[in-house]
Design a protein around this ligand. Structure first.
Ligand code: GP9
Length: 420
């Protein structure tokens, strides 16, 4: 059943590739993808005391696609789960991290697929290479090289390691020397919990939030936003901006458990559905080399959609890959698309389903996505909840039992014995 499930999902992507005019529009372009530490979308576009929290992202949004209903799909593996979701388009495990538990298994990944199509693929993260078992997992995911902390000059010490401004700058200078086309995957770090930056780096007046973790979080976001602005300028100066698809997404929430500062920052009380959407909401921005299709898109999507989105734009078929996501940058959004969370919850842009922690279906919640109000008839969520369970089961079977190679073997056998 899991194999059939993945085959059906592959057919959905094949069909989109066949019919969507954007398929292959950016064939051969470089891919620069940044995973942003604890970067949630509720801060994007906001002001505090008349100052923009994310001025650089706000400017970039004018020439980019921005998805404002994009969600992280991580579980206990946090940053590593986001990486798996975005690069291998699979669900995280209910417990632990796939990076540490199953690094010896095979996965179809963005790096591997791009390398089969003539790309170099490199990962960059200025922290200990063994953290989250990256040294091993990045071999498994097929990168040519992983530039960890030792590859960087720590000329801007900040937080856990190197500040993101210098990290991005040094990463771009490495890209400048590389043969194109390349895939660069960067993981930022300066906005890591508990978010305290030295006073000299704090340039946002957070008013009443000063001295609180929430205020420190806003400062850290403001710093990372400035680092993104500098990186865009560096890519432009290097002549890489027009030759690359540039994307970023947030990896997970900021672990601030008190909702009071969120409500006071956003200036409104937050319902349970609002809180869930804020907790899971992370930015996803795609800049296309010709500034095309700029705008804010409201269709739902999640981290598992990142690799299928990139492959679609590059004109590389993903139907035969063991991946769950579907392309988000298409002329028409995919009808009926669900974003599935590890809890078994999901949204399709029409409803938001949250299963109860005690596992009793009667205690689960079914909300209207539009206004966050509980639906009188909760059966509206049931068919979707069953689909969400199937997605999680199919993903778990493949990950735990190392079934990706078997899926490929099956597909080949199908070609030999089938009508093709
Ligand atoms: C460290 C970093 C943090 O390398 O990626 O991971 P997290 O603690 O956010 O899961």
């Amino acid at each position: 059943e899991a194999k059939q499930w993945f085959a059906d999902r592959g057919h959905t992507r094949d069909e989109l590739d066949r019919t969507d005019p954007l398929y292959g529009r950016y064939k051969g372009k470089n891919v620069v993808l940044i995973q942003l530490e604890a970067f949630q979308s509720f801060v994007v576009g906001q002001n505090i005391g008349g100052q923009e929290v994310t001025p650089n992202i706000n400017r970039l949004m004018k020439t980019s696609l921005y998805f404002d209903n994009f969600y992280h799909q991580t579980a206990q593996g946090r940053t590593s789960d986001a990486d798996l979701a975005a690069n291998a388009s699979l669900q995280p495990m209910p417990t632990g991290s796939v990076f540490t538990r199953f690094a010896q298994h095979d996965y179809d990944s963005m790096a591997k697929v791009l390398k089969m199509n003539g790309y170099q693929a490199n990962a960059y993260h200025a922290y200990d290479g063994g953290f989250w078992n990256r040294n091993l997992m990045y071999d498994t995911l097929g990168y040519d090289h992983f530039y960890s902390k030792t590859a960087f000059n720590i000329d801007e010490p900040l937080g856990w390691s190197l500040g993101d401004k210098s990290f991005f700058k040094q990463a771009v200078s490495m890209m400048k020397t590389q043969q194109e086309p390349f895939y660069s995957f960067l993981i930022s770090l300066s906005s890591h919990h508990p978010y305290t930056l030295p006073a000299a780096v704090q340039t946002l007046d957070v008013g009443a939030f000063k001295g609180t973790m929430f205020g420190d979080y806003l400062e850290a976001i403001h710093y990372v936003d400035a680092a993104i602005g500098e990186m865009v300028d560096e890519l432009k100066a290097a002549g890489l901006w027009d030759q690359s698809i540039f994307l970023f997404y947030g990896d997970h929430d900021n672990s601030i458990a008190d909702w009071q500062p969120f409500e006071s920052f956003l200036g409104r009380p937050l319902s349970e559905a609002d809180r869930f959407r804020i907790l899971k909401g992370v930015p996803f921005l795609v800049h296309l080399p010709d500034d095309a299709r700029a705008g804010t898109y409201h269709q739902v999507g999640g981290q598992l959609d990142v690799t299928p989105t990139v492959l679609h734009l590059l004109g590389i078929p993903s139907g035969g890959q063991t991946m769950i996501g579907t392309p988000l940058v298409t002329e028409q959004p995919l009808a009926g698309k669900q974003v599935v969370f590890r809890s078994g919850g999901y949204t399709d842009g029409s409803v938001l389903y949250l299963p109860s922690e005690d596992g009793l279906e009667a205690h689960s919640k079914c909300y209207s996505f539009a206004d966050g109000k509980p639906l009188a008839d909760s059966s509206a969520c049931q068919a979707g909840a069953a689909e969400a369970r199937k997605e999680l089961q199919a993903s778990d079977l493949v990950v735990e039992h190392d079934q990706v190679p078997a899926m490929h073997a099956n597909a080949k056998a199908g070609t030999v014995t089938g009508t093709g």
